[in-house]
Design a protein around this ligand. Sequence first.
Ligand SMILES: CC(=O)N[C@H]1[C@@H](OP(=O)(O)OP(=O)(O)OC[C@H]2O[C@@H](n3ccc(=O)[nH]c3=O)[C@H](O)[C@@H]2O)O[C@H](CO)[C@@H](O)[C@@H]1O[C@H](C)C(=O)N[C@@H](C)C(=O)N[C@H](CCC(=O)O)C(=O)O
Ligand SMILES: Nc1ncnc2c1ncn2[C@@H]1O[C@H](COP(=O)(O)OP(=O)(O)OP(=O)(O)O)[C@@H](O)[C@H]1O
Ligand SMILES: N[C@H](CCC[C@H](N)C(=O)O)C(=O)O
Length: 489
Amino acid sequence: MTRLNELLGMLHIACDDTRILQGVSDDSRKVKKDWLFVCRKGITHDGAAYIDDALRKGAVVLCDKKRKWRKNGQKVEATSHQEKEQVYACEDVEAIAQALIELYFGDLCKHLCVIGVSGTSGKTSVACIITHILRKQQKKTFRIGTHEIDDNQHIQAIPNTTPDSFTLANLLKEAIQQGFTHIVMEVSSHAIDQNRICFMSYDAIVYTNITQDHLDYHFTRTHYMYTKFKLRRYLKKDGFIIINKDFPYLMKLQHLSDAKLITIGFDAAHFTIEDMHLSEQGAIFTINGYSFVIPLLGKMNVYNTTEAIALCHMLNITYEQLIASCQDLPYVSGRMELMKGKKHTVLLDYAHTPDAVEKLMEFARSICQGKLYIIVGCGGERDRSKRKLMADAACKYSDMAIFTSDNPRHESLSTILLDMCKTTYQNYEVVENRYFAIKYTIKIAKESDIIVIAGKGNEKTQDVEGRMYPFDDADCVRKRFAKEELFWK
Ligand SMILES: CC(=O)N[C@H]1[C@@H](OP(=O)(O)OP(=O)(O)OC[C@H]2O[C@@H](n3ccc(=O)[nH]c3=O)[C@H](O)[C@@H]2O)O[C@H](CO)[C@@H](O)[C@@H]1O[C@H](C)C(=O)N[C@@H](C)C(=O)N[C@H](CCC(=O)O)C(=O)O
Ligand SMILES: Nc1ncnc2c1ncn2[C@@H]1O[C@H](COP(=O)(O)OP(=O)(O)OP(=O)(O)O)[C@@H](O)[C@H]1O
Ligand SMILES: N[C@H](CCC[C@H](N)C(=O)O)C(=O)O
C-alpha cells in the first residue's frame, strides 16, 4: 500500500495528496483511477500528448518540468505547482524511473529465480526449452518472450520481445502474486539500451550468439555486441552466465565480468557436446557422456537445448531428469516446424538474419533428396544491410529462392526487394505477394523437394504501412495442401 505523497516525497517531489496509489505505468492506455501515469518522451510518441487522457481516467501524472501538455485545448507547461490539476513535475523523469519502480514495486527479483536469455537468434527457442524443463520439475515458471507472455495456461500477445520497464514490473508483481517462482525472459539489445530492464537482477544469463542484426538501431556491430554484453551488469551477486564456446567472440565476456562463466560447445567446454546425429526426426547427441534424444531439428537446436540443459543442471536438475524432460520437448511454434502434405514437405522457420538463414538452409540441404526451395522476405524499417546477405544465404543453398514480402511496414516493398536482388546469385525469382509465393512454390515443387518458408515463423500478421493484415504462413500452407490434395486425388 503506497501513498502518493510518500512515494513522490521519497523522490523529493512535494505533494500532500495522501491517496493510496493503485498502480504505476508509463502508458496512458493502461492507467486507471488513482494510478500514477509516468509521462515519458519516446522515440516516436511523446507521452505528454496523453496527459489529459490519463487525467480523464482519474490518474495522477508525473512528467518533466516544462513538458508541454494540452489543458482544455490550450498548450501549457508542466510546473511543480500543478497539484490541483494532478500533474506533478520533476527535473528528469528518465533519471528517476528506476528509483520510482524500485520504491513502488520493491525488489521484485529478490524472491524469484530470474533467467535472462539474450543473443541474436535462438532466444525464444532457448527460453521455451528452459521453461519446459523447469515446468517438468514442477517449478512454477512464467515466460516473457518474443511478442508473447506465457503463464502455462494462456499465451498472451505483447508488442515487444522485452516489455518496457513499467509493464515488466507490473508483470513480475502479478507473477509473484500468482505464486510463480521462476521467470524466464528474453532480453533484446533494444531493451538493454532503453533501460527497460533497469530494475532487474538475474540469477543467470544465457547468451546464444551475436551475429548481424539491428544495425538500423545500433549502427555498428560493436555497439550491438557491447550493448548485449551490458546485460552482465544486471546479474545477482552469485549469478552466472552461460555462453557458447564455439563462438569465440562470446569469450570476451571472460574479461568483462567476474561472474562465473559456464561454457557449452563441441570442444572442451563445461558442457561438451559429442556424437551428434541430425535427422528429419530430431537429434541425438551426448553432453558430458550423457545421451540425449530430442525431437527438435538442426544443429542450432542442439546448441539451444544444450544451453538450456547447462542452465537447468546449474539449478540442480540432474542429468537423469534432464534426459527425461528433453525427450518430449515440444517444437517451438514457427521455428524449424516440419509440415507434411500428401505430396509436399515444408520447413517453416523464423530465420530473419543472415546467420539464421544460413544455418536453416544448411540443415534443409542436408535432409533434402530433391530440389530445395526457399520463400523469404526481409522486414521493412529494419537493418537494411542484412537484406543482400539474407538473399545470398537463401540462394547459396537452394535450387531456387523466391523473394517476397515480410512486414514491409512503412517502407516500399519494391525498395526492399531491390535490396535483396543485389544478391551475387542468379537463382531467384520475385513474387511480391507472400500468399502467391507460397501457392506458386507448392505448385512447382515435387515429392522429394523441400520448401523452406522463412522469416515470419508463427507471426499472425503482415505489417503494411502500419496496418496489421491477418497473415499466417502455416495457415497458407495448410490451405494450399488441402487444395493440392483435392487435385492429387
Ligand atoms: C524503436 C523502439 O525500440 N521503440 C520502442 C520504444 O518506443 P518509443 O520510445 O518510440 O515509445 P512510444 O511507443 O512512442 O511511446 C512513448 C511513451 O508514450 C506512451 N504512450 C504511447 C501511446 C499512447 O497512446 N499512450 C502512451 O502513454 C508510451 O507508453 C511511452 O511511455 O518504446 C516502446 C515501449 O517500450 C516500445 O514498444 C517500442 O518498440 C517498438 C514497437 C519496436 O518496434 N521496437 C523494436 C525495434 C524492438 O524493440 N525490438 C526488440 C526485439 C529485437 C530482437 O528480437 O532482437 C524488442 O525488445 O521488442
Ligand atoms: N542457436 C541458434 N543459432 C542460430 N540461429 C538460430 C538459433 N536458434 C534459432 N535460430 C534461428 O533463428 C530463428 C528465430 O529463433 P528464435 O525465435 O528462437 O530467436 P529469437 O532470438 O527469439 O528471435 P527474435 O529476434 O525474433 O527475438 C529460428 O527460426 C532459427 O532459424
Ligand atoms: N524481432 C525481430 C523480428 C523480425 C521478424 C521479421 N518477420 C521482420 O518483420 O523483419 C525484429 O523486430 O526485427
